[in-house]
Design a protein around this ligand. Structure first.
Ligand code: G3P
Length: 221
């Protein structure tokens, strides 16, 4: 399973990239709005730090606007994947960009049928937002199972990128289903690393070793 970070925060990206955990990045206008500084500069920096795919989202909603923005964003680096909203003109843009060899990630997917159509149009990734479905009283993970099954049935060459993840169990469930990618807010990745029993166990090992050192003052390991 690939792990992307869902953030535009450079510090978090560097922190987890240094641990070898970051296969890619997803950003969106909301995530960029949370950071200080010029968003264009931030996006350029992210593209330089991370070797894997970096999804950068268009703001326009007409075909012309989205295609122009996509061409501009693609100049930031070869690893840029253009994020396109799941709207009718968006599907036209996905088709056109695929013909030009530019990868797209179709975002704001809330049903298996939307994912199916995005894949048919030629998306490299589809981003179903499971947390927002959960928030609305649905079982978000259900559409992940459906999409993974549909893509498998018809051999679509489109990765399921599970987005709007709210807690570590979402990641476990997505992995069990076989989704190719999860994109995580940095705090969720932090929660996945830590476990209270790990901390407790390490603390016991260290305090027991202190006793050993007292009994063997010249011990070197
Ligand atoms: O990648 C999409 C994601 O950022 C949406 O998450 O938490 O705003 O629903 P959220």
């Amino acid at each position: 399973m690939k792990i992307f970070l869902d953030t535009a925060n450079i510090e978090s990206i560097k922190k987890y990239n240094d641990m070898g955990l970051v296969d890619g990045i997803t950003t969106n206008p909301t995530l960029l709005s949370k950071e200080k500084g010029n968003p264009a500069e931030i996006m350029r920096e992210i593209v330089k730090i991370v070797k894997g795919p970096v999804s950068l989202e268009v703001i326009g909603t007409t075909m012309e606007e989205m295609v122009n923005e996509a061409h501009g964003l693609k100049k930031y680096g070869q690893n840029v994947v253009v994020k396109i909203p799941m709207i009718p003109d968006g599907l036209k843009v996905v088709k056109k960009l695929k013909e030009e060899g530019i990868q797209t990630n179709v975002t704001l997917i809330f049903s298996a049928n939307q994912a199916l159509l995005a894949a048919k149009a030629g998306a490299a990734y589809v981003s179903p937002f499971i947390g927002r479905l959960d928030d609305a009283g649905h079982e978000g993970m259900t559409i992940i199972s459906e999409i993974v099954q549909i893509f498998k049935n018809y051999q679509f060459n489109t990765d399921v990128l599970v987005a709007s993840i709210r807690h570590p169990l979402h990641v476990t469930e997505a992995g069990k289903i076989g989704a190719q990618v999860v994109t995580l807010p940095p705090d969720i990745l932090g929660k996945m690393i830590s476990h209270p029993l790990t901390d407790k166990g390490l603390s016991a090992f260290l305090s027991d070793w202190e006793k050993v050192k007292k009994e063997n003052p010249n011990l070197v390991i």
